[in-house]
Design a protein around this ligand. Structure first.
Ligand SMILES: *[C@@H]1O[C@H](CO)[C@@H](O)[C@H](O)[C@H]1NC(C)=O
Ligand SMILES: *[C@@H]1O[C@H](CO)[C@@H](O)[C@H](O)[C@H]1NC(C)=O
Ligand SMILES: *[C@@H]1O[C@H](CO)[C@@H](O)[C@H](O)[C@H]1NC(C)=O
Ligand SMILES: *[C@@H]1O[C@H](CO)[C@@H](O)[C@H](O)[C@H]1NC(C)=O
Length: 163
């Protein structure tokens, strides 16, 4: 009886291990990628190694990008959050992502996008050259005048080539 109990404990521990690391981590010649697609995530998993280069959070249920959401991801070059339900972005969320080159926020629910894009939002992300904010227009369909181009926030990005 005791042995069976032990075995069951071991099985649960094992399952716990597996489910605690849902993101698939790959490392191709030192370029580390966390593939966290389609995991119904509502928050950024806290157990992802902070030195990754790519964080792929597409097709989840994120609703807000907080000031500290990407804290300590100093190495991040590509951040993909397309097809979530993001409606709010806090001003400092990208401050620590000074290496960031690619940011895909398409297919979300970002309302009043020009208000939310604070003019300082990308002040430390000067390497950003690809920014995708397409299909965030759910709000604009209701109110055309509410959708204006977030020019001030982007004027700092001299190398931005794709929008
Ligand atoms: C996020 O940072 C901005 C800028 O410092 C600040 O105004 C805002 O209150 C912060 N938001 C939260 C929820 O702490
Ligand atoms: C998306 O977020 C809104 C609030 O901003 C919420 O009312 C809605 O239920 C969310 N949709 C999904 C599919 O999670
Ligand atoms: C913009 O790109 C040029 C040419 O690749 C590079 O020399 C320059 O440092 C870049 N500027 C910034 C702010 O990243
Ligand atoms: C449309 O957006 C503008 C600017 O944000 C606002 O002043 C106006 O009240 C909105 N109209 C409606 C019908 O929501």
């Amino acid at each position: 009886m005791m042995a069976l109990f032990d075995v069951m404990c071991a099985v649960f521990l094992l399952l716990g291990e597996v489910y605690a690391h849902q993101c698939k981590i790959t490392d191709v010649k030192g370029y580390k990628k966390a593939d966290c697609r389609k995991l119904q995530l509502k928050t950024i998993p806290s157990d992802i190694s902070k030195d990754i280069d790519v964080l792929d959070l597409r097709d989840n249920d994120l609703s807000v990008l907080k000031n500290d959401s990407f804290e300590n991801f100093y190495n991040l070059k590509e951040l993909l959050v397309s097809n979530n339900n993001i409606s709010r972005i806090e001003t400092e969320v990208f401050y620590e992502l000074q290496q960031l080159k690619v940011l895909d926020m398409s297919e979300n629910n970002i309302e009043r996008i020009s208000d939310q894009f604070d003019q300082n939002m990308f002040q430390y992300s000067r390497n950003l050259y690809k920014l995708d904010i397409r299909r965030n227009m759910k709000d604009a369909k209701r109110n055309q005048s509410a959708y204006t181009y977030p020019g001030a926030a982007l004027s700092l990005l001299v190398n931005l080539t794709f929008l």
